[in-house]
Ligand binder design. Sequence first.
Ligand code: GTP
Ligand code: MG
Length: 255
Amino acid sequence: MGLTCSSCKRKSIVDLYHVEKTSNNQVVVALAGNPNTGKSTIFNELTGLKQHTGNWPGKTVTNAKGFHKRKDKEFIIVDLPGTYSLLANSVEEEVARDFICFAKPDATIVVVDATCLERNLNLVLQVIEITNRVILCVNLLDEAEKKHIKIDLKKLSDELGIPVVGTIARNRKGLETLMDTVYNVCTKKIIPRPTPIPYPKTIETELQKILSMIEPLVPNDFNPRWVALRLLDGDTDILDKIKHFTDCKGACKHA
Ligand SMILES: Nc1nc2c(ncn2[C@@H]2O[C@H](COP(=O)(O)OP(=O)(O)OP(=O)(O)O)[C@@H](O)[C@H]2O)c(=O)[nH]1
Ligand SMILES: [Mg+2]
């Protein structure tokens, strides 16, 4: 802990988001989602801890970490702060984005509120642009039922190209299926294939231009299309971070 990058003296981004694995049986699972969708409820049910709402302590991810044993695996579960997007407009968004991007969890569960799926899916689409190891958890199904909202989970899964599990976290309903699915993704028994998100033609044309320039420069660990999208969005900070990450990786004990 506390390593600084020798080349720039900043706290190493590798160290900042590193989750220590003490054995080969451990896998890292991130819980992402909009605020108030039930992430901490799921985290607490799975880990037996008592994580409170909105208690994200700065950028430290280690304080939101717990363990859950399943078959031969031990999941190290990280409860990320609730965010509406991953555009890094706030510390919460930056932490959630950077954890998914740089800590490279073995799986990311995106928890959505079944009563306002459309708004929540915005974040899901942003996560699947970064990583394909995603499981969608449609929570608060009891509240949806009260509002006579029915969700076709199978169709949602087919449309998005990722596994989808329905839950009522408060009653533990669906959590076994959720973690079996996470297990299968972590052990590659299920390989999610997120549906590529098409953009309007003018954006796609510019994207291709940027992609042809950056593709040789972006390390294998990162999805170049996502990096190109960020650049098109004017987010040059991500390039600095990727460079910092790559530089630090060579020098860092966790690399
Ligand atoms: N009815 C119902 N309530 C739920 C369910 N899951 C969680 N809740 C409740 O929803 C509220 C928010 O849950 P949290 O687990 O704190 O949500 P969170 O996503 O961690 O919220 P932030 O940390 O603020 O992003 C709490 O009052 C939970 O008890 C569910 O499936 N059904
Ligand atoms: Mg929470």
